[in-house]
Design a protein around this ligand. Structure first.
Ligand code: 13P
Length: 251
């Protein structure tokens, strides 16, 4: 079982096995085991085995995958399967990341299927939601994230909902250096918590980790983490450097 806060590194399309080995050596040298949080690495699928090997003595450091296909197997050249993710020992799978939605055209319907498949495989899906700048400026943020959440949960039973993780990543904050304020993050996390509560009740909803992502760095991590309803961080760019990531993990 994981501990909150959950601090996750999304390496996106960076760090092959050679880089990952060097990264882990440097990161582990300055990162003693912590008993009050769970840290997750999301490397490229081609780097997962290397990272798992490097972390085998560290149960506090988990490995996940960045994406799986919406079917478990078949003629889908180039895709990765949830069954393979489980086989390799991954524990968490990102679903509906902004880049999947906006660069690769992933739809709400696809996130519905993926959330169900991942839950059935008894892995933890981490559903990512977030509004574009245009949607924010139009006053649609809450409606957008609620719609994305509803789609993500559509095929899950209540026990499966209780086992998910959520990440709020405003699209305008990803890779832009423009972070949501802790107040902004708290406000939308509160909206998500309410939506979860109306599905599974207050107590269960309170236990579901809601991570914030979008231009998190070592300078703002502690402040974001201290904000009400922020149960963790999902970090892109600042997780690529071992020193920067080690300091965020200690935040
Ligand atoms: P950045 O931290 O680079 O803004 O990326 C956030 C993100 O997309 C993590 O999934």
């Amino acid at each position: 079982m994981y501990l909150k806060p959950v601090i996750a590194a999304n390496w996106k399309l960076n760090h092959g096995p050679t880089d990952a080995r060097a990264f882990l050596q440097r990161f582990l040298a300055q990162s003693p085991k912590q008993n009050d949080r769970t840290v997750i690495f999301f490397p490229s699928a081609l780097t997962v085995t290397t990272v798992m090997d490097g972390l085998k003595d560290r149960p506090d450091l988990w490995v996940g995958v960045q994406n799986v296909h919406s079917e478990a197997q078949g003629a889908f050249t180039g895709e990765n399967s949830v069954l393979m993710a489980r086989d390799i020992g991954a524990r968490v799978v990102l679903v509906g990341h902004s880049e999947r939605r906006h660069v690769f055209g992933e739809t709400d319907a696809m996130t519905t299927r993926k959330m169900a498949l991942i839950s059935q495989a008894r892995l933890i899906p981490m559903l990512c939601v977030g509004e574009t700048l245009e949607e924010r400026e139009g006053g649609h943020t809450a409606a957008v994230v609620e719609r994305q959440l509803t789609a993500g949960l559509a095929e899950l039973d209540d026990a499966q909902v209780a086992a998910i993780m959520l990440a709020y990543e405003p699209v305008w904050a990803i890779g832009t250096g423009r972070t949501a304020t802790p107040e902004d993050a708290s406000e939308i996390h509160g909206v998500l918590r309410q939506a979860l509560a109306s599905r599974v009740g207050d107590k269960v909803a309170a236990g579901i980790p809601i991570l914030y992502g979008g231009s998190v760095n070592r300078g703002n991590a502690a402040q974001l983490l201290a904000a009400p309803d922020v149960d963790g961080l999902l970090v892109g760019g600042a997780s690529l450097d071992a020193d920067s990531w080690a300091s965020i993990v200690r935040a």
